[in-house]
Design a protein around this ligand. Sequence first.
Ligand code: URA
Length: 456
Amino acid sequence: MESFMSTSLASEACASHPPHVEAGDVLSAIAAKRDGASLSAQSIECVVRGYTEGRIPDYQMAAWLMAVACRGMNDAETTALTKAYIDSGVRLEFADHRRPLIDKHSTGGVGDKTTLFVAPVVAACGVSVMKISGRGLDFAGGTVDKLESIPGLRIDLDHEQILEVLDRTRMVVVGQNTRLVPADGATYALRDVTGSVESLPLIAASVMSKKIAAGTDGAVIDVKYGSGALVGDIARAEELGRLMIRIGSAFGLPCRVVLSDMGQPLGRAVGNALEVKEALSALRGDQVPGFTELGHVLAVEMLCLAEPGLMRQAAEARVRDAVSSGRALAVFRAWVAGQGGDARVVGNPDLLPTATRVDVVPASWSGWISDVDARAVGKLALRLGAGRLRQEDRVDHAVGVVLRRRVGDEVRQGEPLAEVHWRGDADPEAVSAEATAAFTIDSRPVEPRSGVHSVL
Ligand code: URA
C-alpha cells in the first residue's frame, strides 16, 4: 500500500486532551521556557499547531522560538517538536519494491552543491534517493535555487509524479511545500528573520522532521561547522549530530552524520548556475577540491546505510565506478528530463544562465592562502543577487563567485584570487574589495585543509 499518511490522529489528540495550563496558553509556554522549565509534548504540539493554523501570531511564535533558542530543549522536548512538525503535513510512504530509499541533508553552507553530485551517484549505484530540499537562507545557498537555474526543472511534484520520476531514474528532488512539513517551513522562515536559526534543538527538529516525513529507510546528515555554517565549532557540530541520531532512532530512522568543514566555501563555485556547472564537472570525473572528497564520503555512507554489512572500501569502489563509467551523469540527465528540465545543459552547461560581466580579483601580495572566509564569500554572492535579502526578492541564477585559490594554495601578487560573476550594477571597487577581504594570505606555507572531519 502506498499513500500519503493522514495526520488526523494527531489533530484529534490535541483537541481532545483536557485543558492543560501549558497547552491552552501560549503565553505560559513562553514564560515557562523563558524561566528554564521543560515543556510537555502536548504544550509543544499545541504551540506548533496554533502557529501553523494561524491562531498564534508571528510575534508570539518568535518569542517562543527565542526562549527555546536561549534555554534549549531536552531530548523529550526535541522529539515532541519533531513530531509536531511532522504531524503538520503528510508523511510519505513507499512500497517495498522501491526500497531501500535513502535521503541526505546538509545543515547548510556556502557552495554546498553536494545533492547534485551525491544523488545521481548513489542512484547509479542502484540505491534510490528521495530528497526534500530547501531554498537559500541568508548567506547559505539552497538546493532548490540551484536547481531552478536549470531551465524548466520543476521541484513542486505531487505524489504520483514523485513515484514516476523515482521509478524512471531512482532519484527525485522536491521542494518543501504546504503539504510536506509545513510547520517547519513557516517556522524556519520566522527563525530566519528573528535570530533563532542557530539553536541545536530547533535545527535538529527542523532537519529530522523533513527526513522522517520523507518516509525513507535512512538518512545521511552532513553537519557543517565553521564560519560559513550555522554552527561555528566542531564540538557543537558533534553535539548536534549526536542529537539528530537520537531523534532519528526515536522515530526508527537510522542516520549517519558526517562532520564537515565550512570554514572555506565547498569547492570553487558559489552561486546557483555556477554550482550546477561545478557539480556537472565533478560528475564527469573532474577532481573539484574539497567537493569531490565530501561527495564521495556522503555517497559511501548512503550506500552503507542502504546495505548494512557493505564495507566502506567496496562502497567507495562502486562510487568511483558510477562516476568513471558515466552512469552517474546519465542518471543526472534522465532525472533533469524527468522533472521537466532542459537535459541539454548536461552536455552543454553554457545553456545555463550566464552573468554579463566577469571580473578577476587579484592578490595584493604574494604568499599562501590561510583562510577563505566562507561567510564573507556567501554574503558577497547574496548581495550580487544569488540569494534573497528579503523574502520577496528574485534570485539571479547567473551571478556568484568562483574561487581561483583555496586554503593552502600559493599565490603571487597580481595573480587571481577569485572571479566575480555579476551584472556590473554595483560599485566594482567595493565588490572587488569585498572579495579580496575574504582571503587571508600568509607569508609562510599553509597546509591544504581536508573538508571532512569525521563520521558519527
Ligand atoms: N536546515 C534545515 O532544514 N533546518 C534548519 O534549521 C537548519 C538547516
